[in-house]
Design a protein around this ligand. Structure first.
Ligand code: CMC
Length: 431
């Protein structure tokens, strides 16, 4: 791991030279602080809005090579996990570092299954939301509300307590999500069915009407499970960084996860899948695609579901999702939006603007089309993303709580405001 590589820096203002060690391909930003122009100088800062070139932690969970289109959880390629490992086993992998054995897998699934119910007061809380409340808003609020039911969650360094909250959060996400949906639809809440798989039970809570027992379609159940696997972690993205930053204050994991879910809601992040469907609806037909692409190139709007901060070649999740789409459409029939999406992709991938900007379909481009074919309303798409991402948030939070280098997150700023001035109108020129 270690290296003797050093970065030599000469300050043109003082003429002084410094040697900054490079370890694992990075310098420590704090090592720049020794570079001063005078004794009372604070020292050199690095300026990195949006953290384009800043590693905020060491992590052993997820590996991404954006140029090669590689995504691995704990070393396993996403292509091998998707379809071969269940979502719950992948959650276990992210949290524990290894895939569970047969008995561990069964024990883990059993533990999760027996924490799927929520306190009856949660229903009353959801009932208070307006009928057209966005389900993601309800989800964010109810995740936060769980902290009031489990005050012991504040013991964030206690491993046994940590485990309890991790199990509860993974187990209760589908219940909160389905309850948010049923509230919006004006339907009675459907309780968890402990005989079903994690994903099958979620479909049950979404769909069950008057039948004594809901039987999920196995193809759709498996497809949704794969989609959850694809969304389970993605290293230090916006919502995961939020989880770590908020968690660094040692607040309970429900509050931190609510903040992460709020970050995911944004249209540039997990809200993009919802925006893709709205965009496809706005385009309407294949014939309107070229004109829409021109508007994107003129900078009037962004092509939702395209582009990624890290992937500059292709998003491996998008490739897998396209295959899942075919399986789902065999059951549900073809989503008419697929033709518009395929045409959009075809024209964009051949267009110089998109090639130059390295813009490719990301995970959100096709996931929404599948969700819609499966009968989920558009507003539920980010909620589905959040269910899938919860194990990743928790694994990253857990890693942060045991990392000896982690302290409360507290970036610096470059102050560009007023210099000292007084209410009597006198002022001092800003230094
Ligand atoms: N459509 C058109 N132009 C784009 C797009 C797009 N979707 N994305 C980036 N660009 C252009 C952008 O205008 C800029 O052009 P220029 O250099 O000429 O000004 C250049 O590409 C770089 O853009 P950027 O905003 O600096 O890139 P970023 O790495 O900060 O943004 C992104 C990444 C995902 C926010 C962005 O590509 C985007 O807004 N995509 C659409 C929203 C979306 O699909 N988000 C889901 C991301 S994947 C799932 C997840 O992680 O949540």
């Amino acid at each position: 791991m270690g290296t003797t590589r050093v970065l030599q820096i000469t300050d043109s203002q003082t003429g002084l030279s410094y040697e900054i060690p490079v370890v694992d391909g990075a310098i420590r930003a704090i090592d720049l602080r020794q570079i001063k122009v005078s004794d009372d100088d604070f020292g050199l800062l690095s300026y990195d809005p949006a953290f384009l070139n800043t590693a905020s932690c060491r992590s052993a969970i997820t590996y991404i090579d954006g140029d090669q289109g590689i995504l691995r959880y704990r070393g396993y390629p996403i292509e091998e996990l998707a379809g071969q490992a269940s979502f719950l086993d992948v959650a276990y992998l992210l949290l524990h570092g290894e895939l569970p054995g047969k008995d561990e897998s069964a024990g883990w699934a059993d533990e999760i299954t027996h924490h799927t119910f929520v306190h009856e007061n949660v229903k009353k809380f959801i009932d208070g939301f307006h009928h057209d409340a966005h389900p993601m808003g309800i989800l964010v609020s109810t995740i936060a509300a769980l902290s009031t039911f489990y005050p012991e969650a504040k013991a964030v360094s206690d491993q046994a307590r940590q485990h309890e909250q991790i199990v509860r959060l993974i187990a209760k996400m589908p219940t909160l999500a389905a309850f948010a949906y049923r509230h919006a639809m004006g339907l009675p809440y459907a309780y968890p069915d402990n005989e079903l798989s994690y994903t099958g039970n979620f479909l049950n809570m979404m769909r069950k009407m008057s039948e004594p027992r809901y039987a999920p379609n196995p193809v759709l159940e498996q497809a949704l499970d794969v989609l959850f696997v694809l969304h389970a972690d993605h290293e230090q993205n916006c919502s995961t960084s939020t989880m770590r930053v908020v968690g660094s204050s040692q607040v309970d994991p429900y509050s931190a996860a609510a903040a992460a879910a709020a970050a995911l809601f944004g249209p540039l992040h997990g809200g993009a899948n919802e925006q893709v469907l709205r965009m496809l609806g706005e385009i309407g037909s294949v014939g309107n695609v070229p004109a829409y692409i021109e508007r994107v190139k003129r900078g009037e709007l962004r092509l939702m579901g395209f582009g990624h901060r890290v992937y500059k070649n292709y998003d491996p999740r998008a490739t897998i999702i396209k295959k899942v789409a075919d399986q789902v459409f065999e059951v549900t029939g073809r989503n008419p939006m697929l033709d518009v999406a395929l045409e959009l992709e075809r024209i964009a991938l051949a267009d110089d603007y998109f090639i130059r900007h390295k813009l490719y379909p990301n995970v959100d481009f096709y996931s929404g089309i599948i969700y819609q074919a499966m009968g989920f309303p558009v507003a539920m798409f980010p909620v589905l993303f959040a269910i899938g991402r919860m194990p990743g948030w928790l694994a990253q939070w857990q890693e942060g709580t045991t990392d000896p280098e982690q302290k409360i997150s507290r970036p610096r700023q470059l102050y560009v405001g007023q210099g000292l001035r007084h209410l009597d109108g006198t002022a001092q020129v800003r230094r």
